[in-house]
Design a protein around this ligand. Structure first.
Ligand SMILES: O=C(O)[C@H](O)COP(=O)(O)O
Length: 196
């Protein structure tokens, strides 16, 4: 996958491949849904939250993320998506992925409002054959998980972007040299971060 352009406020990125590391074998993108509208006034609870749609801005930024992923030739084999309307609409607004291959798309109830460990544990269920994967979910779980892995490995120039938090439509890119269902935390390396 080609490198993302620099995150706002960050330094230019130095892809790992230029630093002398071997080409990555497996890629993963963690993405937070794009901006969503609040629940209608007076409607509270999980059902109202699950039903929140993207705003026009959210649809636009998700589409930009899709263009970025296509430009990077990211071809997921598996996309795991929270069942919330805002994550599903984010995936729709991303549009197609690069190339002809269609990813396996799974709506995973456990991703809704998931704790970081829940998201991490889902990797153990990724089939061996899924080399490139994408997870579309929510904060605060995603931000915590990105920070957890970034604490082990953070490329130069991404520290500033990390400190921006993980706003809606953010994407964090990771590589691993082992199958995702066997990778331990030391195998999972942050390579890029894009905050819209
Ligand atoms: O990712 C999140 O923070 C949750 O899904 C809540 O979404 P919100 O920030 O749009 O309220």
């Amino acid at each position: 996958m080609k490198p993302l352009p620099p995150a706002k406020g960050g330094n230019p990125l130095m892809p790992d491949i230029q630093a002398g590391h071997p080409a990555p074998v497996r890629e993963m993108v963690l993405m937070r849904h794009a901006q969503a509208a609040p629940a209608p006034f007076g409607e509270m609870g999980m059902q109202a939250d699950l039903a929140r749609p993207l705003t026009a801005h959210g649809r636009q930024t998700a589409a930009s993320c899709g263009a970025l992923l296509r430009a990077r030739h990211f071809t997921p084999d598996l996309v795991m998506v929270s069942p919330a309307v805002r994550t599903r609409q984010t995936l729709t607004a991303i549009g197609s992925f690069y190339g002809d291959r269609q990813p396996d798309i799974r709506y995973v109830n456990a991703l809704y409002d998931a704790a970081p460990q829940t998201i991490r544990d889902l990797l153990y269920e990724v089939p061996d054959k899924a080399s490139n994967i994408m997870i579309l979910a929510h904060n605060p779980g995603l931000q915590a998980l990105v920070a957890h892995w970034a604490a082990r490995h953070c490329p130069p120039g991404l520290e500033n972007a990390l400190h921006q938090g993980f706003p809606p439509a953010s994407m964090a890119c990771f590589t691993a040299m082992r199958a995702w269902n066997q990778a331990d935390d030391g195998d999972i390396r942050l390579t890029d971060l894009s905050c819209q």
